[in-house]
Design a protein around this ligand. Structure first.
Ligand code: SF4
Ligand code: MG
Length: 335
């Protein structure tokens, strides 16, 4: 398998007036060509900062402190801003929760997509318009020949999200990063957008990083899942491994908090009690120790290493140490 992206030992911090907030504290993972992975965690876990680091879109006072990011064999961290601008929107594209952050209200949808295409592919105006219609059709906008001349406010929320995906994909990027792309949408539209992303992955062979706080969202689209907490990867595995054989108490907590439509309204969410660690003064042990139902003495004192369960399945938790007490672990999995 050809690697398209490799993140190695990434550290990203925000240098605020009260001190260094260590948002990412040594994160490593990779993405193969044409593969879709999910990065899952609560807000503040570091998932968005990871994607902003990859795109080199961190705003002051955020800074990559250490580590390597390799995209298609190129060193992203030390790349010139000019080269980075060429790559962004051309080879790497990003979509956000709120399409209005990417769509400009004063230009028509078509003009914005055409602008993106012409800028990156050097097409004529007519060719760009044809391509824009084709993209709108691909993302399921009805009568794209007419809709292309609409303004963003004439589109529904779901259609705006589709238009933003069309814009992001119009340059056929090798990597698409989608940060909570469906969070603001209702459940039906959410399912449609996810289905669309899955489709496009097949058609354009784009690699996808799907970032979300909801484990339920990634199940259908992604083959691998990374669970983040406190600026670290807590667990990584295939979608199967994460859903049916979770090893980290935080993953188990996330699994239990997925709304279960199949169980009807009676099944309530079980939120994980407590709050994430303060990354201005990160705990020296396991970042989840304050909230974990299985915390042991060592958890407070030493950060656990990764224990590999199976090939490709790793978890940062002392419970997996061979000398750890055998505890009755509730994985929340009901098959
Ligand atoms: Fe819980 Fe300890 Fe595992 Fe952390 S290392 S998740 S505190 S059992
Ligand atoms: Mg975020």
């Amino acid at each position: 398998n050809e690697k398209i992206l490799e993140v190695k030992d990434l550290y990203t911090s925000f240098f605020t007036h009260v001190g260094e907030v260590k948002a990412i504290r040594g994160v490593s993972f990779h993405l193969d060509k044409g593969e879709a992975i999910g990065i899952v965690g609560e807000s503040g876990s570091g998932k968005s900062v990871t994607s902003m680091s990859i795109m080199r879109l961190l705003q002051y006072p955020g800074k990559i402190v250490d580590g390597k990011i390799t995209f298609k064999g190129k060193d992203v961290v030390n790349m010139s801003e000019k080269e980075m601008q060429r790559i962004r929107g051309n080879e790497m594209a990003m979509i956000f929760q709120d399409p209005m952050t990417s769509l400009n209200p004063v230009y028509t949808i078509g003009n914005q997509i055409m602008e993106a295409i012409r800028h990156h592919q050097g097409l004529s105006k007519k060719q760009a318009r044809e391509k824009a219609v084709e993209m709108l059709k691909l993302v399921g906008i009805p009568s794209p020949e007419k809709r292309i001349d609409n303004y963003p406010h004439e589109f529904s929320g779901g259609m705006r999200q589709r238009a933003m995906i069309a814009m992001a994909l119009s340059c056929e990027p090798s990597l698409l990063i989608a940060d909570e792309p469906t969070t603001a949408l209702d459940v039906t539209i959410q399912a449609q957008i996810l289905e669309l992303m899955k489709d496009l992955k097949e058609k354009i062979n784009t690699s996808i990083i799907l970032i979300t706080h909801d484990l339920g969202v990634v199940a259908d689209v992604c083959t691998r899942i990374i669970v983040m907490y406190g600026g670290l990867i807590m667990e990584e595995g295939t979608t199967e491994q994460i859903f049916y054989n979770p090893k980290h108490p935080y993953t188990m907590g996330l699994l239990k908090s997925i709304p279960r439509l199949d169980l009807g309204e009676k099944q309530r969410l079980v939120p994980i009690e407590g709050t994430p660690p303060d990354l201005l003064n990160p705990p020296k042990g396991c970042p989840f120790a304050e909230r974990c139902p299985y915390t042991m003495k060592i958890c407070q004192e030493m950060k656990p290493p990764y224990f590999e369960e199976e090939k490709g399945h790793r978890s940062m938790c002392w419970l997996l140490h061979k000398n750890a007490p055998q505890v009755e672990v509730d994985t929340g999995v009901k098959r």
